[in-house]
Design a protein around this ligand. Structure first.
Ligand code: IMP
Ligand code: MG
Length: 183
């Protein structure tokens, strides 16, 4: 599908499934070659659920584990600025090599919340891996270790990303279609 309609908006294809697969493969290869030992992946729900599932199938590092946290900040097309913790970290993560899996980094508010959650937990190391990054919008100091693709400040949906909870099931990533001005 070249275009999809979700709620009141039209979206056009932006990153096709084949390109997403190639990006996920290159991220998995970088992690596999990084020398990390016994990593504990933490996937940020809901947006990262497909990305996490796809990348984990390509991780060959011994004794890799995965856990999930659920955070929410977006309302409609914009970040609310406030990040809510819906499901936190339940297990003991002291001494662990943590790899956070994010779908997209925008303002970085969610990332700040994640690093706050991991603070004082005596973890061994922290790496941040994101499928997408809106590098013009990101204004925080936390280093992002691996970025699948930098994108402009456009609203995107599909492959786990939603517009008011719908569109997560789309296999491609779509961007909001600019309104055509009528004379
Ligand atoms: P941040 O806290 O502003 O960095 O936003 C991060 C979170 O907001 C991501 O994990 C997504 O869940 C959501 N988000 C940011 N940009 C988009 C977008 O373009 N489409 C859908 N969700 C987005
Ligand atoms: Mg997210």
């Amino acid at each position: 599908m070249q275009q999809v309609k979700l709620h009141d908006k039209t979206f056009e294809i932006y990153i096709p499934e084949t390109e997403i697969s190639a990006i996920v493969h290159s991220l998995a290869t970088a992690i596999n070659n990084s020398g990390v030992q016994k990593p504990l992946f933490i996937a940020v729900m809901n947006g990262a659920f497909l990305f996490a599932a796809d990348i984990m199938r390509q991780i060959t590092v011994a004794n890799a584990e995965i856990s999930f946290i659920k955070l929410s900040s977006y309302q409609g097309l914009e970040s609310s600025g406030e990040v809510n913790e819906l499901i936190g970290i339940s297990e003991d993560i002291s001494g662990r090599n943590i790899i956070v899996l994010e779908d997209i980094i925008d303002t970085g508010n969610t990332l700040v919340k994640i690093t706050d959650l991991l603070k004082n937990k005596n973890i061994q190391s922290l790496k941040i891996v994101t499928l997408l990054c809106k590098n013009e919008a990101y204004d925080k100091d936390i280093p992002i270790d691996l970025i699948g693709k930098n994108i402009p400040n456009d609203f995107v949906v599909g492959y786990g990303l939603d517009y008011d909870e719908i569109g997560r099931n789309l296999p491609h990533i779509y961007k909001l279609k600019k309104e055509e001005k009528q004379c």
